[in-house]
Design a protein around this ligand. Structure first.
Ligand SMILES: Cc1cc2nc3c(=O)[nH]c(=O)nc-3n(C[C@H](O)[C@H](O)[C@H](O)COP(=O)(O)OP(=O)(O)OC[C@H]3O[C@@H](n4cnc5c(N)ncnc54)[C@H](O)[C@@H]3O)c2cc1C
Length: 457
């Protein structure tokens, strides 16, 4: 046992969304003393909507009331808390939030969660020494504004990957007299009735938002620079995950064979070229959406697909093919940036700059001593909760191990330079193999092997 490694007893978890709840539960299971800080007045993170409307008091992005999960209930939930049999295959946001609440109740998590407490600073007490005496954690009460400071042996960041809306910039936007918004604040289609609407983006939220508004708007244009692929939630009668999240896919089938087989299945269902969605690159090398409506609306003229934006004029948008359309309102469905502004000693502008080894431990920060860990920091095709659950188990096992798990320097260097890491922030991977690496089953297998799991068929 290494003498200078401080034993981890007290852990702070930041956030009580999916990631924070599973991290809290796994810490308790590992007999650690844990406090979970949540800046909002309720648990559940992104899935918080009140009575089908935006809760004005909720700080941060949320999903929209029409959202139905794009992953099925069997694969989207935790190993130790199965979802009710009579719930639908693909859960609407309200049932998923109910699931998270029942998870918190079942494992008696609420008594360990401090609501309305925002973490404003996390810093190492001593960056000079390897065992650094732990972490200073400053938290602010969001109702009274009063600040308090605590110390913890370890910190688990579960504050969310989708934290800040990403807004692209185009020439002429400043002279445009129409209005702009982001899918992160989309709640009802009513306000777009009889208007000319432009949805920018070719991924999940672009499909959801466009199809919901298209039945009411005068014109609905969807602009995607490279077009997009459309996947139904059910492929050949099975949840789409069944087509790629299997051991045979992970371990036996070549990447090109898998791509060809997936493309064949997808095209059989909705041929993106016939419908004018025109993906410029092959499947999973660019945007795709899970959507069961958009091709019908396109067929019926309710949705028009246009290429990338060239520039804005006073009341219109000019597209890269030279076409021009009058637009009243633009909704950017362009995703999110990741910010952890409380990490004062680790400046970063994006999730990539965070340099998380296997999405969990900061690379090149030796003084963090693997007592600063992240849960849920990736963007991937596939499910989140089960991967977060295994990440949490892995992190707890690292925190409780003496000497702590040490990555060889060469492993860190390889990770820093890997194309995989450089492509992490989007699904527009240059290589299909990079996509495979982020698929949830692959991640689950890798993580579970690392903590002594056994692969079963
Ligand atoms: C539109 C959309 C659709 C999605 N659909 C699916 C799907 O179908 N299936 C699926 O598996 N995943 C889906 N996801 C992925 C989703 O991100 C995960 O399912 C999951 O909700 C992420 O949980 P999280 O805990 O990491 O983050 P969040 O849900 O964002 O929770 C983070 C929590 O941390 C709190 N917090 C943040 N900063 C602080 C701070 N400084 N101090 C204290 N508290 C803080 C926040 O208030 C929040 O409660 C979707 C995501 C989006 C955006």
């Amino acid at each position: 046992m290494e003498g200078n490694v401080q034993e981890v007893k007290r852990v702070a978890v930041i956030g009580a969304g999916c990631a924070g709840l599973v991290a809290l539960k796994e810490c308790l299971e590992g007999n650690l003393q844990v406090v979970c800080f949540e800046k909002n007045n309720k648990i559940g993170g992104l899935w918080n909507i009140k009575d089908g409307k935006k809760d004005k008091d909720y700080k941060g992005p949320t999903v929209y009331p029409s959202l139905v999960m794009n992953t099925c209930k069997e694969t989207s939930t935790c190993s130790d808390h199965p979802v009710q049999d009579d719930w639908p295959n693909f859960l609407p946001w309200s049932l998923f939030l109910e699931y998270l609440e029942s998870y918190a109740n079942r494992f008696q998590l609420r008594q360990h969660i401090k609501l309305n407490e925002e973490i404003v600073e996390v810093s190492r007490l001593d960056t000079e020494r390897p065992n650094g005496r732990g972490w200073k954690v400053v938290h602010k009460n969001t109702t009274t504004g009063s600040e308090s400071t605590d110390t913890f042996d370890a910190v688990i960041v579960a504050s969310g990957f989708f934290t800040e809306e990403y807004w692209p910039a185009y020439k002429g936007m400043d002279m445009f007299t129409g209005t702009f918004s982001h899918s992160g604040s989309f709640f009802t289609a009513e306000e777009y009735k009889d208007k000319d609407i432009l949805v920018v983006g070719g991924s999940y939220s672009a499909g959801d938002v466009a199809t919901e508004i298209a039945v009411l708007s005068r014109n609905m244009f969807v602009s995607a620079t490279h077009g997009f692929w459309v996947l139904p939630r059910l492929l050949d009668g099975y949840p789409h995950e069944a087509a790629y999240s299997t051991r045979i896919v992970n371990d036996v089938i070549s990447i090109e064979d898998l791509r060809a087989s997936l493309e064949e299945k997808v095209i059989k269902h909705v041929d993106p070229f016939e419908y004018g969605f025109n993906p410029a690159r092959r499947f999973l090398r660019q945007s795709h959406m899970f959507n069961d409506e958009i091709w019908r609306l396109k067929r019926d003229g309710k949705v028009q697909v246009v290429p990338g934006i060239k520039e804005f004029t006073e009341d219109s948008v000019i597209f890269s093919d030279g076409s021009t359309h009058h637009i009243d309102h633009v909704i950017f469905c362009t995703g999110y940036k990741t910010k952890c502004s409380f990490l004062k000693d680790m400046q970063h502008d994006s999730a990539i700059d965070l340099n998380l080894y296997k999405h969990m431990f900061p690379v090149g920060v030796p003084w963090a001593d693997d007592t600063l860990a992240f849960v849920g920091f990736w963007d991937s095709l596939g499910v989140y909760l089960p991967c977060m659950e295994l990440q949490s188990r892995f992190i707890v096992s690292v925190l409780k191990t003496h000497p702590r798990y040490k990555r060889p320097e060469s492993v860190e260097k390889t990770w820093l330079n890997s194309k995989f890491r450089q492509n992490l922030s989007s699904l527009t991977f240059s290589s299909f193999s990079l996509v495979i690496e982020t698929l949830s089953l692959y991640k689950l297998s890798q993580l579970s092997m690392n903590i002594g799991g056994i692969e079963t068929c």
